[in-house]
Design a protein around this ligand. Structure first.
Ligand code: SF4
Length: 370
Protein backbone atom coordinates (compact mmCIF):
# COMPACT_ATOMS: atom_id res chain seq x y z
CA UNK A 1 0.00 0.00 0.00
CA UNK A 2 1.24 3.49 -0.82
CA UNK A 3 1.65 6.14 1.87
CA UNK A 4 -1.30 8.25 0.71
CA UNK A 5 -4.88 7.10 0.89
CA UNK A 6 -8.24 8.62 0.03
CA UNK A 7 -11.29 7.68 2.05
CA UNK A 8 -14.81 7.55 0.59
CA UNK A 9 -17.83 7.16 2.88
CA UNK A 10 -21.10 6.42 1.10
CA UNK A 11 -24.25 7.86 2.69
CA UNK A 12 -27.05 5.88 1.02
CA UNK A 13 -30.08 7.95 2.04
CA UNK A 14 -32.30 10.31 0.04
CA UNK A 15 -35.54 12.11 0.80
CA UNK A 16 -36.99 10.79 -2.45
CA UNK A 17 -35.61 9.14 -5.53
CA UNK A 18 -34.86 11.40 -8.52
CA UNK A 19 -36.28 9.79 -11.68
CA UNK A 20 -32.93 9.70 -13.53
CA UNK A 21 -30.79 8.30 -10.71
CA UNK A 22 -29.53 4.75 -10.26
CA UNK A 23 -27.17 5.40 -7.32
CA UNK A 24 -27.74 3.17 -4.34
CA UNK A 25 -29.96 5.03 -1.88
CA UNK A 26 -32.91 4.36 0.42
CA UNK A 27 -35.47 6.53 2.24
CA UNK A 28 -33.91 8.51 5.09
CA UNK A 29 -35.21 7.18 8.43
CA UNK A 30 -33.61 8.50 11.61
CA UNK A 31 -33.22 5.11 13.32
CA UNK A 32 -31.71 3.59 10.19
CA UNK A 33 -29.30 6.50 9.84
CA UNK A 34 -28.24 6.06 13.50
CA UNK A 35 -27.61 2.37 12.91
CA UNK A 36 -25.69 3.18 9.75
CA UNK A 37 -23.50 5.73 11.50
CA UNK A 38 -22.62 3.08 14.10
CA UNK A 39 -21.87 0.52 11.37
CA UNK A 40 -19.59 2.94 9.54
CA UNK A 41 -17.76 3.78 12.76
CA UNK A 42 -17.19 0.05 13.33
CA UNK A 43 -15.83 -0.37 9.80
CA UNK A 44 -13.53 2.63 10.20
CA UNK A 45 -12.13 1.09 13.39
CA UNK A 46 -11.76 -2.29 11.71
CA UNK A 47 -9.96 -0.89 8.63
CA UNK A 48 -7.84 1.44 10.74
CA UNK A 49 -6.56 -1.62 12.61
CA UNK A 50 -5.82 -3.47 9.37
CA UNK A 51 -4.04 -0.70 7.52
CA UNK A 52 -1.60 0.55 10.19
CA UNK A 53 -2.47 4.25 10.15
CA UNK A 54 -2.00 5.30 6.53
CA UNK A 55 -1.89 8.98 5.70
CA UNK A 56 -5.38 10.00 4.56
CA UNK A 57 -5.22 13.17 2.46
CA UNK A 58 -8.83 13.30 1.29
CA UNK A 59 -12.15 12.25 2.78
CA UNK A 60 -15.32 12.34 0.67
CA UNK A 61 -18.89 11.89 1.91
CA UNK A 62 -20.89 10.94 -1.18
CA UNK A 63 -24.36 9.63 -1.69
CA UNK A 64 -27.16 9.47 -1.59
CA UNK A 65 -27.49 12.73 0.24
CA UNK A 66 -24.89 13.32 2.98
CA UNK A 67 -26.58 16.61 3.93
CA UNK A 68 -29.69 14.60 4.98
CA UNK A 69 -27.52 12.52 7.27
CA UNK A 70 -26.86 15.72 9.23
CA UNK A 71 -23.73 17.56 10.30
CA UNK A 72 -23.56 15.80 13.70
CA UNK A 73 -23.37 12.31 12.20
CA UNK A 74 -20.79 13.45 9.64
CA UNK A 75 -18.74 14.90 12.49
CA UNK A 76 -18.92 11.62 14.42
CA UNK A 77 -17.68 9.81 11.34
CA UNK A 78 -14.79 12.25 10.93
CA UNK A 79 -13.87 11.70 14.57
CA UNK A 80 -13.91 7.94 14.01
CA UNK A 81 -11.81 8.37 10.85
CA UNK A 82 -9.28 10.50 12.77
CA UNK A 83 -9.03 7.86 15.48
CA UNK A 84 -8.52 5.09 12.91
CA UNK A 85 -6.25 6.83 10.38
CA UNK A 86 -3.73 9.63 10.19
CA UNK A 87 -5.74 12.46 8.62
CA UNK A 88 -3.13 14.73 7.02
CA UNK A 89 -3.10 18.40 8.08
CA UNK A 90 -4.92 20.36 5.37
CA UNK A 91 -6.73 17.25 4.12
CA UNK A 92 -9.53 17.95 1.64
CA UNK A 93 -12.77 16.89 3.33
CA UNK A 94 -15.80 17.05 1.05
CA UNK A 95 -19.50 16.48 1.71
CA UNK A 96 -22.12 16.38 -1.02
CA UNK A 97 -25.21 18.42 -0.18
CA UNK A 98 -28.65 19.05 -1.58
CA UNK A 99 -29.33 22.81 -1.65
CA UNK A 100 -32.73 22.13 -0.03
CA UNK A 101 -30.99 20.87 3.14
CA UNK A 102 -28.68 23.86 3.59
CA UNK A 103 -29.90 26.08 6.40
CA UNK A 104 -27.78 28.56 8.34
CA UNK A 105 -27.50 26.10 11.25
CA UNK A 106 -26.57 23.22 8.98
CA UNK A 107 -23.91 25.24 7.14
CA UNK A 108 -22.30 26.39 10.40
CA UNK A 109 -22.42 22.93 11.99
CA UNK A 110 -20.96 21.38 8.84
CA UNK A 111 -18.08 23.85 8.82
CA UNK A 112 -17.47 23.23 12.53
CA UNK A 113 -17.41 19.46 11.91
CA UNK A 114 -14.20 19.74 9.89
CA UNK A 115 -15.71 19.44 6.41
CA UNK A 116 -13.93 22.07 4.28
CA UNK A 117 -15.39 21.51 0.82
CA UNK A 118 -19.02 21.16 -0.22
CA UNK A 119 -20.28 19.72 -3.47
CA UNK A 120 -23.77 21.08 -4.15
CA UNK A 121 -26.11 19.27 -6.53
CA UNK A 122 -27.52 22.35 -8.24
CA UNK A 123 -27.90 20.65 -11.67
CA UNK A 124 -29.65 23.48 -13.54
CA UNK A 125 -30.27 27.21 -13.50
CA UNK A 126 -33.83 26.78 -14.82
CA UNK A 127 -36.66 26.02 -12.39
CA UNK A 128 -38.62 24.16 -15.08
CA UNK A 129 -35.71 21.76 -15.60
CA UNK A 130 -35.30 21.24 -11.85
CA UNK A 131 -38.98 20.26 -11.67
CA UNK A 132 -38.58 17.76 -14.53
CA UNK A 133 -35.56 16.30 -12.73
CA UNK A 134 -37.66 15.89 -9.58
CA UNK A 135 -35.19 17.94 -7.55
CA UNK A 136 -36.24 19.22 -4.12
CA UNK A 137 -34.75 22.71 -4.64
CA UNK A 138 -35.35 25.78 -6.79
CA UNK A 139 -32.72 28.08 -8.28
CA UNK A 140 -33.43 30.55 -5.48
CA UNK A 141 -32.77 27.88 -2.84
CA UNK A 142 -29.57 26.96 -4.67
CA UNK A 143 -28.29 30.54 -4.58
CA UNK A 144 -29.25 30.84 -0.91
CA UNK A 145 -27.41 27.62 -0.10
CA UNK A 146 -24.24 29.02 -1.65
CA UNK A 147 -24.53 32.26 0.32
CA UNK A 148 -25.16 30.39 3.59
CA UNK A 149 -22.16 28.12 3.01
CA UNK A 150 -19.96 31.15 2.24
CA UNK A 151 -21.19 32.91 5.39
CA UNK A 152 -20.40 29.82 7.43
CA UNK A 153 -16.79 29.95 6.23
CA UNK A 154 -16.53 27.59 3.24
CA UNK A 155 -13.91 28.72 0.73
CA UNK A 156 -14.07 25.69 -1.53
CA UNK A 157 -17.40 24.98 -3.19
CA UNK A 158 -18.17 22.74 -6.12
CA UNK A 159 -21.44 22.98 -8.04
CA UNK A 160 -22.88 20.18 -10.19
CA UNK A 161 -24.51 20.92 -13.52
CA UNK A 162 -26.33 18.48 -15.80
CA UNK A 163 -26.13 18.74 -19.58
CA UNK A 164 -28.45 17.29 -22.19
CA UNK A 165 -31.56 17.65 -20.02
CA UNK A 166 -35.08 16.95 -21.34
CA UNK A 167 -36.21 19.88 -23.48
CA UNK A 168 -32.88 21.68 -23.07
CA UNK A 169 -31.32 23.88 -25.76
CA UNK A 170 -28.17 25.95 -26.07
CA UNK A 171 -30.20 28.84 -24.68
CA UNK A 172 -31.39 27.05 -21.52
CA UNK A 173 -27.88 25.72 -20.95
CA UNK A 174 -26.50 29.24 -21.40
CA UNK A 175 -28.82 30.40 -18.61
CA UNK A 176 -27.65 27.57 -16.35
CA UNK A 177 -24.00 28.37 -17.02
CA UNK A 178 -24.58 32.06 -16.29
CA UNK A 179 -26.39 31.13 -13.09
CA UNK A 180 -23.69 28.78 -11.84
CA UNK A 181 -20.78 31.06 -12.69
CA UNK A 182 -22.59 34.04 -11.11
CA UNK A 183 -22.41 32.10 -7.82
CA UNK A 184 -18.61 32.10 -8.20
CA UNK A 185 -17.79 28.56 -7.03
CA UNK A 186 -14.22 27.28 -7.08
CA UNK A 187 -15.16 24.13 -8.99
CA UNK A 188 -17.88 22.99 -11.39
CA UNK A 189 -18.74 19.44 -12.48
CA UNK A 190 -20.78 19.19 -15.69
CA UNK A 191 -22.15 15.77 -16.58
CA UNK A 192 -24.20 14.76 -19.59
CA UNK A 193 -27.44 13.15 -18.48
CA UNK A 194 -27.29 9.43 -19.13
CA UNK A 195 -30.51 7.45 -19.19
CA UNK A 196 -29.79 4.58 -16.82
CA UNK A 197 -31.67 1.30 -17.36
CA UNK A 198 -34.32 0.60 -14.74
CA UNK A 199 -34.96 4.25 -13.83
CA UNK A 200 -38.30 6.07 -14.34
CA UNK A 201 -36.59 8.21 -17.01
CA UNK A 202 -35.64 5.04 -18.90
CA UNK A 203 -39.26 3.89 -18.79
CA UNK A 204 -40.44 7.09 -20.50
CA UNK A 205 -37.34 8.04 -22.48
CA UNK A 206 -39.42 8.40 -25.66
CA UNK A 207 -41.49 11.18 -24.11
CA UNK A 208 -38.62 13.19 -22.62
CA UNK A 209 -37.60 15.36 -25.64
CA UNK A 210 -33.97 14.63 -25.04
CA UNK A 211 -31.42 16.31 -27.29
CA UNK A 212 -29.98 13.91 -29.89
CA UNK A 213 -26.27 12.98 -29.86
CA UNK A 214 -25.27 16.04 -31.90
CA UNK A 215 -27.33 18.33 -29.65
CA UNK A 216 -25.79 16.83 -26.52
CA UNK A 217 -22.29 17.18 -28.02
CA UNK A 218 -22.97 20.83 -28.85
CA UNK A 219 -24.08 21.43 -25.25
CA UNK A 220 -20.92 19.82 -23.91
CA UNK A 221 -18.65 21.92 -26.12
CA UNK A 222 -20.66 25.04 -25.27
CA UNK A 223 -20.13 24.34 -21.55
CA UNK A 224 -16.38 23.78 -22.07
CA UNK A 225 -16.03 27.11 -23.93
CA UNK A 226 -18.22 29.12 -21.53
CA UNK A 227 -16.52 27.75 -18.43
CA UNK A 228 -13.07 28.48 -19.87
CA UNK A 229 -14.15 32.07 -20.56
CA UNK A 230 -15.38 32.32 -16.96
CA UNK A 231 -11.99 31.16 -15.61
CA UNK A 232 -12.69 27.46 -15.05
CA UNK A 233 -10.05 25.29 -16.68
CA UNK A 234 -11.16 21.86 -17.79
CA UNK A 235 -8.94 19.34 -15.98
CA UNK A 236 -11.04 16.21 -16.58
CA UNK A 237 -13.79 15.12 -18.98
CA UNK A 238 -16.54 16.56 -16.77
CA UNK A 239 -14.67 18.72 -14.27
CA UNK A 240 -13.58 22.35 -14.30
CA UNK A 241 -11.81 24.40 -11.66
CA UNK A 242 -10.16 27.64 -10.83
CA UNK A 243 -6.39 27.12 -10.48
CA UNK A 244 -5.56 25.11 -7.35
CA UNK A 245 -9.14 23.95 -6.72
CA UNK A 246 -9.16 20.70 -8.68
CA UNK A 247 -10.79 17.93 -6.61
CA UNK A 248 -7.87 16.20 -4.89
CA UNK A 249 -10.14 13.28 -4.02
CA UNK A 250 -11.17 12.60 -7.59
CA UNK A 251 -7.62 13.16 -8.85
CA UNK A 252 -6.63 10.26 -6.60
CA UNK A 253 -9.00 8.01 -8.62
CA UNK A 254 -7.87 9.29 -12.01
CA UNK A 255 -4.18 9.07 -11.12
CA UNK A 256 -4.71 5.46 -9.97
CA UNK A 257 -3.97 6.25 -6.33
CA UNK A 258 -5.32 4.08 -3.55
CA UNK A 259 -8.69 4.61 -1.94
CA UNK A 260 -10.86 2.89 0.60
CA UNK A 261 -14.63 3.12 0.10
CA UNK A 262 -16.96 2.17 2.95
CA UNK A 263 -20.71 1.64 2.69
CA UNK A 264 -23.01 -0.32 0.39
CA UNK A 265 -22.02 0.30 -3.27
CA UNK A 266 -18.65 1.79 -2.25
CA UNK A 267 -15.59 0.62 -4.21
CA UNK A 268 -11.95 0.41 -3.14
CA UNK A 269 -8.51 0.02 -4.70
CA UNK A 270 -5.83 -1.08 -2.27
CA UNK A 271 -2.55 -2.97 -2.66
CA UNK A 272 -3.30 -3.78 -6.31
CA UNK A 273 -6.78 -5.25 -5.61
CA UNK A 274 -10.21 -3.85 -6.29
CA UNK A 275 -13.14 -4.70 -4.03
CA UNK A 276 -16.56 -3.34 -3.14
CA UNK A 277 -19.40 -3.61 -0.66
CA UNK A 278 -22.59 -4.85 -2.40
CA UNK A 279 -25.62 -2.59 -2.80
CA UNK A 280 -27.26 -4.00 0.31
CA UNK A 281 -27.68 -1.85 3.41
CA UNK A 282 -28.94 -4.70 5.60
CA UNK A 283 -25.86 -6.78 4.75
CA UNK A 284 -23.57 -3.84 5.54
CA UNK A 285 -25.31 -3.27 8.87
CA UNK A 286 -24.76 -6.91 9.75
CA UNK A 287 -21.02 -6.59 9.09
CA UNK A 288 -20.59 -8.26 5.68
CA UNK A 289 -17.15 -8.55 4.08
CA UNK A 290 -16.39 -6.69 0.85
CA UNK A 291 -16.46 -8.60 -2.44
CA UNK A 292 -13.18 -9.06 -4.29
CA UNK A 293 -13.26 -7.45 -7.75
CA UNK A 294 -9.91 -8.72 -8.99
CA UNK A 295 -6.55 -7.10 -9.60
CA UNK A 296 -6.39 -3.44 -10.59
CA UNK A 297 -3.92 -0.84 -11.73
CA UNK A 298 -2.38 -2.48 -14.83
CA UNK A 299 -1.06 -0.31 -17.66
CA UNK A 300 -4.31 -0.21 -19.67
CA UNK A 301 -6.35 0.78 -16.64
CA UNK A 302 -3.78 3.38 -15.61
CA UNK A 303 -3.68 4.88 -19.13
CA UNK A 304 -7.47 4.86 -19.45
CA UNK A 305 -7.88 6.81 -16.22
CA UNK A 306 -5.01 9.21 -16.97
CA UNK A 307 -6.50 10.02 -20.37
CA UNK A 308 -9.67 11.26 -18.67
CA UNK A 309 -7.52 14.14 -17.44
CA UNK A 310 -6.54 17.18 -19.50
CA UNK A 311 -2.94 16.56 -18.38
CA UNK A 312 -3.20 13.16 -20.11
CA UNK A 313 -0.62 10.41 -19.99
CA UNK A 314 3.08 11.16 -19.67
CA UNK A 315 6.05 9.02 -20.62
CA UNK A 316 7.77 9.91 -17.32
CA UNK A 317 4.82 8.80 -15.18
CA UNK A 318 4.45 5.54 -17.15
CA UNK A 319 8.18 4.83 -16.79
CA UNK A 320 8.08 5.55 -13.05
CA UNK A 321 5.10 3.25 -12.49
CA UNK A 322 5.70 0.24 -14.75
CA UNK A 323 8.98 -1.57 -15.60
CA UNK A 324 8.01 -1.51 -19.30
CA UNK A 325 6.15 1.83 -18.96
CA UNK A 326 8.29 3.83 -21.43
CA UNK A 327 7.88 1.15 -24.13
CA UNK A 328 4.12 0.89 -23.50
CA UNK A 329 3.86 4.67 -23.72
CA UNK A 330 5.74 4.68 -27.05
CA UNK A 331 3.37 2.05 -28.43
CA UNK A 332 0.33 4.10 -27.33
CA UNK A 333 1.90 7.26 -28.80
CA UNK A 334 2.35 5.51 -32.17
CA UNK A 335 -1.36 4.67 -32.23
CA UNK A 336 -2.35 8.14 -31.00
CA UNK A 337 -0.45 9.73 -33.90
CA UNK A 338 -2.74 7.98 -36.37
CA UNK A 339 -5.85 9.67 -34.90
CA UNK A 340 -7.14 13.11 -35.99
CA UNK A 341 -5.42 16.06 -34.27
CA UNK A 342 -8.80 17.53 -33.32
CA UNK A 343 -9.28 14.55 -30.96
CA UNK A 344 -5.84 14.03 -29.48
CA UNK A 345 -2.66 15.99 -28.77
CA UNK A 346 0.63 14.14 -29.11
CA UNK A 347 4.19 15.03 -28.17
CA UNK A 348 7.14 12.69 -27.58
CA UNK A 349 6.53 12.99 -23.82
CA UNK A 350 2.75 13.26 -23.46
CA UNK A 351 -0.58 12.22 -25.00
CA UNK A 352 -3.83 13.95 -24.07
CA UNK A 353 -7.36 14.23 -25.41
CA UNK A 354 -8.92 17.48 -26.62
CA UNK A 355 -12.45 18.52 -25.56
CA UNK A 356 -13.73 16.96 -28.80
CA UNK A 357 -11.74 13.84 -27.98
CA UNK A 358 -13.34 13.67 -24.53
CA UNK A 359 -16.74 13.54 -26.24
CA UNK A 360 -15.79 10.30 -27.99
CA UNK A 361 -13.36 9.09 -25.35
CA UNK A 362 -14.66 5.52 -25.35
CA UNK A 363 -13.89 5.08 -29.04
CA UNK A 364 -10.53 6.87 -28.74
CA UNK A 365 -9.48 4.74 -25.76
CA UNK A 366 -10.57 1.58 -27.53
CA UNK A 367 -8.33 2.37 -30.49
CA UNK A 368 -5.38 3.30 -28.23
CA UNK A 369 -5.61 0.36 -25.86
CA UNK A 370 -7.13 -2.51 -27.82
S1 SF4 B 1 -30.67 13.12 -4.42
FE1 SF4 B 1 -28.87 12.44 -5.64
S2 SF4 B 1 -28.47 10.32 -4.98
FE2 SF4 B 1 -30.54 10.88 -4.24
S3 SF4 B 1 -31.92 10.11 -5.81
FE3 SF4 B 1 -31.50 12.28 -6.31
S4 SF4 B 1 -29.71 12.21 -7.69
FE4 SF4 B 1 -29.86 10.20 -6.71
Amino acid sequence: MSAVLSLYLHIPFCRKKCPYCDFYSLPAEESLMDAYEAALRDRLREWGGRLSRPNVHTVYFGGGTPSLFGAARLMHLLEAASAAFEIAPGAEITAEANPADVTDDFARALFASGVNRVSLGIQSGNDGELAVLGRRHTTRAAAEAVWLLRDAGFRNLSLDLMLGLPGSTGETLGRSLDFLTSLSPEHISAYLLKIEPGTPFAARADTLSLPDDDGAAEQYLLAVRALAEAGYAQYEISNFARPGFESRHNLQYWRSGEYLGLGPAAHSFLSGRRFFYPRDLAAFLSGNAPVDDGPGGNFSEYAMLALRLAEGLSRAACAARFPDGAARFSELLRRAETLPARLILCSPERVSLTAEGFLVSNAVLASLLS
